[in-house]
Design a protein around this ligand. Structure first.
Ligand SMILES: Nc1ncnc2c1ncn2[C@@H]1O[C@H](COP(=O)(O)OP(=O)(O)OP(=O)(O)O)[C@@H](O)[C@H]1O
Ligand SMILES: [Mg+2]
Length: 439
């Protein structure tokens, strides 16, 4: 008898679940991955609690989304959930719930309710200690009496899902998990996570254009959106919007870019706002591209290799939006915290980004000069948008001007360029204007 051409090998549950704990989440991004699920389930409220109780401390994430049927719940706990996705859905890999949760804890429990009529509540637990012991992909079915009271109160009224992280081995210190240090650590994590969620979900917190609004709370406090582009600052400047069509292999899609120069310190509405808008990484490191996938921020700060971080361009920020049809092109990772900007797009972005940075640089130097001069502050510009519909010929000239500017900065000779421009403006103003170097 011929021997079969293949054999089936089941992965070791014990080994794989342990190794998948380290695929790139930190605490805030792990919580954010669960909030993705809540947003996808149509939730309008997501409440997060980080409850300190020594070794019994737990994290609870409750939403009022559509909930899950019993079969769906079991499927949800499979590594690699089998399902299809619609365009714009935040999920992609069928992994997040498991990998994000178990990157921080050793037991994740999901309790869910799908129907408002039937008060059936389904509960399942994935416990790494059990999986390790039996080396099987086991899901436990605990009774609802094992749930914290808080979880039950969420699910008595309407539909929704509650996720609970127990055995927080990656969060609590191994020694003295009941001590003051552990408590302070959880408090600090709550603050960091709130800031992270306020940033990555700011469009949902503000309400997206298609009307999706979500409220997120952390330990009972509402999380405020942190919009990197300071939309309420009157002195903010916006450059003309850009749209790029990209094709990679058989995939085609469009990417949108909005560019802003935020006001310098003295043109901000208040010092507090200036401080707030500097962001978690502060002005210098928050300059750059903010990449959104289906309205959810997945990467922020820095110019993706297009140029370096520079003090002079620290007020330049740009949003880049792509939809889930371009996931393969952008190589979104499982933790949703990193993308790769395709080479083709990077080339297209160079010019508009250099233009933005040179505007920011100009504004920075102007502010610097006026602050040196003290009283002579420039007035807040009334027109906050740089209009500039450009013809093909002027584009080439502007490119040359930008290249000159960038080269002079690189050579540390920007002041010399300004002197040259002053002469050009006097003797050949059309050239200076054509090159976009006029002051
Ligand atoms: N809060 C929730 N409410 C309703 N359904 C949920 C919720 N969380 C998870 N699910 C269901 O469980 C499935 C598995 O979730 P999981 O996060 O593991 O993967 P995913 O969201 O499909 O993809 P990704 O790995 O990209 O996050 C989801 O596709 C969804 O059907
Ligand atoms: Mg998910």
């Amino acid at each position: 008898m011929a021997s079969p051409k293949f054999e089936s090998i089941t992965p070791s549950a014990a080994r794989l679940t342990e190794s998948l704990r380290d695929i790139g989440y930190d605490f805030p991004s792990a919580v954010a991955d669960l909030v993705d699920n809540s947003v996808s389930a149509g939730a309008t409220n997501v409440d997060i609690f980080i409850e300190f109780d020594g070794p019994e401390s737990y994290v609870l994430i409750a939403d009022d989304g559509i909930g899950m049927s019993e079969n769906l719940l079991t499927e949800a706990l499979r590594y690699g959930t089998r399902r299809d996705y619609q365009q714009g859905e935040l999920g992609r890999y069928g992994l997040g719930l498991k990998t994000a949760s178990l990157s921080q804890c050793r037991a994740v429990t999901v309790a869910t309710r799908k129907s408002t009529r039937a008060s059936r509540l389904y509960v399942r637990t994935l416990d790494l200690d059990v999986i390790s012991e039996v080396d099987q992909w086991l899901v436990l079915r605990p009774g609802r009496e094992n749930l914290p009271q808080r979880a039950l109160t969420y699910l008595t009224e309407g539909t929704g899902t509650v996720v609970i992280w127990d055995k927080l081995d990656r969060v609590l210190p191994e020694n003295r998990p009941e001590g003051g240090w552990a408590r302070r650590r959880l408090d600090a994590l709550a603050k960091r996570t709130a800031a992270h969620l306020g940033m990555v979900f700011h469009r949902f917190l503000e309400g997206t254009r298609d009307g999706h609004q979500v409220t997120i709370t952390m330990n009972g406090e509402k999380i405020e959106p942190w919009n990197p582009f300071a939309p309420h600052e009157p002195a903010r400047k916006e450059l003309p919007r850009q749209r790029f069509e990209i094709t990679v292999g058989s995939i085609t899609g469009s990417v949108r870019m909005n560019r802003y120069v935020l006001p310098s310190k003295e043109h901000f509405s208040s010092p507090d706002q200036f401080e707030l808008m500097s962001g978690p990484l502060k002005w210098n490191r928050q300059q750059g591209l903010y990449i959104y996938r289906a309205n959810r921020l997945v990467q922020w700060g820095g110019w993706n290799g297009i140029r370096g971080i520079d003090e002079h361009t620290k007020m330049a920020r740009a949003s880049l939006d792509f939809d889930t049809d371009l996931d393969d092109v952008f190589n979104i990772n499982v933790a949703k915290v990193r993308v790769t900007v395709p080479v083709q797009l990077r080339q297209m972005l160079e010019r508009p980004i250099n233009e933005l940075c040179s505007r920011a640089d100009e504004a920075y130097r102007k502010a610097d000069r006026t602050s040196e001069m003290g009283s002579l502050k420039p007035s807040v510009p009334r027109q906050a948008v740089w209009n500039g519909l450009e013809s093909a010929e002027t584009t080439a000239m502007k490119d040359a001007g930008l290249a000159l500017r960038a080269a002079s900065m690189q050579a540390g000779e920007y002041a010399a360029l300004l002197r040259i421009v002053a002469i050009l403006e006097a003797e050949a103003p059309a050239v200076a204007q054509g090159l976009g170097l006029n002051t």
